[in-house]
Design a protein around this ligand. Sequence first.
Ligand SMILES: C[S@@+](CC[C@H](N)C(=O)[O-])C[C@H]1O[C@@H](n2cnc3c(N)ncnc32)[C@H](O)[C@@H]1O
Length: 258
Amino acid sequence: MKNNNSKAKFHMTEETSIKHTEKVKAAFTDHDWYLSGYEANIRIRSEVVARFAKGESPKTVADLGCGDGSLSISFLEQGAAVTFLDISAAMLKIVSTKLSLDLRQRATFINSDFFNANLPQESFDLAIFVGVLAYIDNLDEAAAQLRRIVRPGGKLILEYTDASHVMARLNFAYRTLASRFRTPKCHTFRHKRRDINSAFMNAGFIPLQSYRYIYTLPVVLRSISQERRYHWIRAVFGSVDEPHRQWFGSEDLTIYQA
Ligand SMILES: C[S@@+](CC[C@H](N)C(=O)[O-])C[C@H]1O[C@@H](n2cnc3c(N)ncnc32)[C@H](O)[C@@H]1O
């Protein structure tokens, strides 16, 4: 069943779905815009994932839409078996080049669309799905697939931008305006916190803890360095252990239990 959570303007037929997937793949094949433009964001995500997983000691981890592996290589270093899955072969190549021969023995690489990967049922202690929902139309299907592969009692760490948040709405308005002059790399879907929570809870996930912050800055501030941006976010929003102003965060990282 298709849900109606995404903007009605972009209807996914089989044909547009294939085109969308190809565009996402192309956007993350030529990935410098992401790895350099979102360095501070990746750093914060990595730290929050590590903090959420502290004390969990997962033996099997799936990083789905893994990007350059920044969020999950540490689990390999701690002795877990990690499955790195990404639709972009270029991203997986970056992960692979970061690993020693020893670590590579516990790594599995899957170059696939998450929905077609057919991962084994209830096989992961921890699934990481960070920064991927924006490229996915159907929340219910994503939640059900994730629930299928996480073992009962296992954890899911999910990240998304709350489309109902005022800062996200301003950013979307800016992007819509900018798209008149510059074609976006690919379409992104706008999901609201309320819809995401209900899709994941309906699938059987229980939210345990969240950390929220803002990454998008007003246009005039966008030229600040990634280092300063990182420190600015930490100063305003604190950390998982000492969070501040969480009500004002549009970027949401939540750990769920299956
Ligand atoms: C914004 S990046 C996030 C990367 C990483 N999780 C992080 O937080 O740094 C999104 C990643 O998801 C991948 N991706 C998007 N849609 C996907 C899909 N349907 N199946 C598998 N990977 C996907 C992209 O290729 C990209 O590497």
